[in-house]
Design a protein around this ligand. Structure first.
Ligand SMILES: O=C(O)C(=O)Cc1ccccc1
Length: 272
């Protein structure tokens, strides 16, 4: 089984994929950009791909053109087969011997600035350069060998690229950066794994005429997440035994797309 995932070696995506799929053997194929994952599925180059989908700090993720992946799932023929939640520990990494006060430039993935808001507010003098992934940022900084340039990626990824840790966490305590990754593919793909975790059905609903968008709420035990860019899309995750009728009655549903029923790993309890 081939799974496309964001590279190079050491991305948060790769780490979470390996943690989520310990039971089965698979090959991972690295892509350079998150925007490459959906096309890899559509052209049939791979059957499955692993995508960072939603984050507790920034909501649904978008590609570099600003298109939310949830919109692309809503419009395309894609299904979720599994998901997993993992906290992100962005560390500040630099050359060996560098001191945090030496740093004037930082390489980050496109989402780190929004996720580590407090850090970047407190260090507004830093020049920020965006790379396609945290591991790409670490690799670039390692190759540059300049004591003034740092990267943000995990501590382990720093070790992989011979960088030392200048600060173990760039995520402020009040910014718990929980990331939801999903394994997705075409609806006809077959995938079997021993079920663990919470059984979930995800629906995307076009929600026209909604005045006020909230971020995440729990209505009668049903978790509802709102897309922030595309004001018309909401995601509803239904758990076994939940009351969905009230919600479906309370929204003006034009179209519903079922993204599939799957098992969810490490889903936080406050989602239920
Ligand atoms: O850059 C990485 O390491 C990724 O796996 C992608 C990603 C996207 C958003 C937050 C953290 C990681």
């Amino acid at each position: 089984m081939n799974i496309a995932v964001l590279g190079p070696e050491g991305t948060f995506s790769e780490t979470s994929l390996k943690q989520a799929l310990t039971e089965i053997s698979f090959n991972h194929i690295f892509v350079k950009d998150l925007g490459d994952l959906i096309p890899m599925i559509q052209t049939g180059e791979v059957d499955f791909a692993w995508l960072p989908w939603w984050n507790s700090g920034i909501g649904f993720l978008s590609d570099k053109n600003g298109n939310e992946f949830i919109s692309q799932f809503y419009e395309g023929k894609l299904q979720i087969y599994l998901d997993a939640f993992m906290p992100l520990h962005f560390a500040l990494l630099g050359q060996e011997g560098a001191h945090i006060d030496d740093i004037d430039t930082i390489h980050v993935n496109p989402y780190a600035q929004a996720i580590c808001k407090t850090f970047f507010k407190e260090h507004s003098d830093l020049k920020v350069i965006t790379d396609s992934s945290s591991a790409k940022a670490a690799k670039t900084v390692s190759d540059l060998k300049n004591k003034n340039i740092a990267a943000s990626a995990s501590v382990n990824t720093g070790k992989k690229y011979n960088l030392s840790t200048l600060k173990t966490s760039m995520v402020a305590p009040n910014e718990e950066a929980l990331m939801q990754f999903v394994l997705f593919g075409k609806p006809e793909s077959s995938f079997s794994i021993k079920p663990t975790g919470q059984k979930v059905t995800s629906l995307v609903i076009e929600n026209k005429n909604v005045e006020e968008q909230r971020f995440l709420e729990n209505i009668n035990g049903v978790e509802v997440r709102y897309s922030s860019h595309n004001k018309e899309l909401i995601l509803i995750d239904i758990y076994d035994g939940s009351q969905l009728d009230d919600i479906l009655n309370s929204i003006n549903k034009n179209k519903i797309k079922n993204l599939g029923q799957y098992y969810s790993q490490n889903r936080p309890h406050n989602f239920k």
